[in-house]
Design a protein around this ligand. Structure first.
Ligand code: S6P
Ligand code: ZN
Length: 196
């Protein structure tokens, strides 16, 4: 099937696309094992499966040449001292990139490669972020309101969530005395976890 041209509105009042195909909602329960303060996580989850983020996806055929795009709305909050964040993933087709454009809120993108490089880039309204091929990515809301991002990536990229679910990211973004701080993830140990 060939995609026909289309257009939609994305207005600052809500930044919710005027039309979309999928509305994905992810709550605390989908982040098992990801937050570093596991007891805090268990206590929060027992109270409520709090909604962490929503993705409004505009679907196109999942083949090379097409561009998947949409909006992620990451709500504010924290589990213990660790800010709300997305699951994070590598692209299944590792050699595919992604562009993010921050529309509202404050936060950052935590990134890393299988080769051991890592990076954290700040996100604020008007900020454009290029995530190169091979870089896993997770957004983090370090502010007090929704972090809203437009994203665009090759429609054949696919998502590898399993690697991050097993090994986490090398770096954590935590609440510090004077705002956010980046720390080593003490539980990051891919070799051990892969063989679990
Ligand atoms: C997809 C792109 C975004 C994320 C979204 C939620 O390649 O990076 O649409 O899917 O921000 O994050 P996650 O890690 O749960 O897919
Ligand atoms: Zn992605």
């Amino acid at each position: 099937m060939n995609q026909l041209p289309f257009a939609f509105d994305l207005l600052p009042a809500t930044f919710i696309p005027s039309q979309y195909d999928n509305h994905i909602k992810r709550g605390l329960s989908s982040m098992k094992g990801q937050f570093s303060e596991q007891q805090e996580y268990a206590i929060s989850l027992e109270k409520e499966d709090t909604l962490l983020y929503e993705v409004f996806e505009i679907k196109v055929p999942e083949k090379a040449g097409e561009l998947m795009h949409g909006i992620t709305v990451l709500h504010p909050g924290a589990v213990g001292q660790e800010y709300f964040m997305t699951k994070g993933h590598f692209h299944e087709e590792l050699e595919t990139a992604e562009v993010y454009y921050c529309l509202d809120g404050e936060g950052c993108m935590v990134m890393e490669t299988p080769e051991g490089e890592w990076a954290v880039e700040m996100l604020y309204p008007g900020r454009v972020l290029y995530v190169p091929p091979r870089w896993a990515h997770r957004s983090v809301n370090t502010g007090g309101r929704d972090l809203v991002m437009f994203f665009l990536y090759p429609a054949n990229a696919g998502h590898d969530y399993g690697t991050i679910e097993r090994q986490g990211f090398r770096k954590l973004v935590m609440k510090g005395e004077d705002g956010m701080q980046i720390t080593d993830n003490p539980r990051w140990n891919p070799a051990e976890k892969v063989n679990d």
